[in-house]
Write a protein that binds this ligand. Structure first.
Ligand code: ADE
Ligand code: ZN
Ligand code: ZN
Length: 343
């Protein structure tokens, strides 16, 4: 081959490598969920809030992958399994105040239905380990996604994906800012931000956040999309992300990440251990002796897996629930709200 030919090929290879790298960089981050950092914060928080036996079971199922790695697996899976894209969000029109599942969750392809579906798999005593591990990765990821306000609201712009904004002189889209950009301005260290958030929580917040159903949590995020994500945004295009906007959005993002962590912990406490009762010696040991008064009549929030004592705020009051004795509740794998047994 002529020298010119070789030089040309070399040039072409370099060019193709560059083009390939450029294409990789151009994979629209905006189409991911909370960015990697958001999902990592949520699972770090969740692991701290869940019972030790649940955390051990979670790690055993995910091994050798860490919970942080596992938390973003669903976004990687989405690249090669395009049909799973809609599992990460639900496009509830911005002006609505209720969910129309028939319209917004056709064939169960939305984040609400998929979270519920995979939670059921965790409870299933006969599901094999790989099936459970995959369901667990989806649950960890989707409980995060459904707390991102723009994953549960749509203003005719694919949850902000097609809404142009400018932040610090950089053109971006609104969705990406909520997944990633605004959070990167708060912190670039997931473990440090998780620790800071944990210091702020009161046991009362923790007990309150576990109440309600997945749909209630989704509508809470939807109202934040109305009030803040879109509500505080200027009508210009591109819309500037101002310092004032950032000051409204920042605390909302922190709060949603924190709630997601607390709720993920409660859901896994309730569902993951139920599915392994009798298989896991640790869970047996835990139910061997009742903590608190075994005969106390408690109210179990069957959605979160936490139970409430007589005279406390949520006794008999949560969306879904039932009464039983404390002994029964503990034998079924439920746990006392804020970790305080009834005396
Ligand atoms: N694609 C369409 N709507 C979306 C949303 N709300 N969030 C993420 N991706 C979407
Ligand atoms: Zn997203
Ligand atoms: Zn996602």
């Amino acid at each position: 081959m002529s020298r010119f030919g070789r030089a040309f090929l070399q040039y072409r290879n370099t060019f193709m490598t560059m083009a390939f790298l450029a294409a990789l960089l151009a994979i629209p981050q905006a189409l991911l969920a909370w960015g990697r950092e958001g999902h990592e914060i949520i699972v770090i928080l969740a692991e701290h809030y869940m019972r030790p036996a649940t955390a051990a079971r979670m790690r055993e199922l995910l091994a050798p992958e860490s919970p942080e790695e596992a938390s973003v697996w669903a976004d990687e899976y989405r690249h090669d399994h395009r049909e799973t894209g809609p599992w990460h969000y639900i496009d509830i029109p911005l002006a609505d105040s209720t969910i129309d599942l028939a319209r917004e969750c056709p064939n169960g392809d939305c984040v609400i239905a998929k979270t519920e579906q995979f939670l059921k798999v965790l409870k299933e005593p006969n599901a094999n380990k790989d099936t459970k591990a995959q369901a667990l990765r989806f649950v960890i990821h989707f409980v995060g996604d459904l707390h991102q306000p723009l994953h549960v609201a749509d203003n005719g712009d694919e949850g902000g994906n097609t809404r142009h904004v400018v932040f610090d002189g950089h053109p971006e889209n609104l969705h990406w800012e909520w997944d990633t950009g605004l959070l990167q301005h708060i912190s670039r260290n997931p473990a440090a931000l998780a620790a800071e958030l944990e210091n702020r929580i009161t046991p009362r917040d923790q007990a309150e956040w576990q109440n309600g159903s997945i749909e209630d949590w989704v509508m809470e995020g939807h109202r934040l999309a109305q009030a803040v994500a879109y509500g505080d945004l200027s009508n210009e295009s591109p819309a500037p992300i101002t310092r004032a906007y950032e000051q409204q959005a920042g605390p909302v993002i922190e709060l949603q990440l924190h709630k997601a962590g607390v709720r993920l912990a409660y859901l896994l406490d309730a569902n993951l251990m139920l599915g392994s009762a009798g298989q896991n010696p640790e869970s047996k040991a835990q139910t061997a002796a009742t903590r608190g008064n075994p005969d106390a009549r408690v109210w179990v929030n069957t959605n979160s897996g936490a139970y409430h004592c007589p005279g406390t705020r949520w006794f008999g009051k949560t969306h879904e629930g039932q009464y039983m004795t404390q002994k029964e509740a503990q034998n079924k794998g439920y746990h006392p709200s804020a970790n305080k047994p009834c005396m």
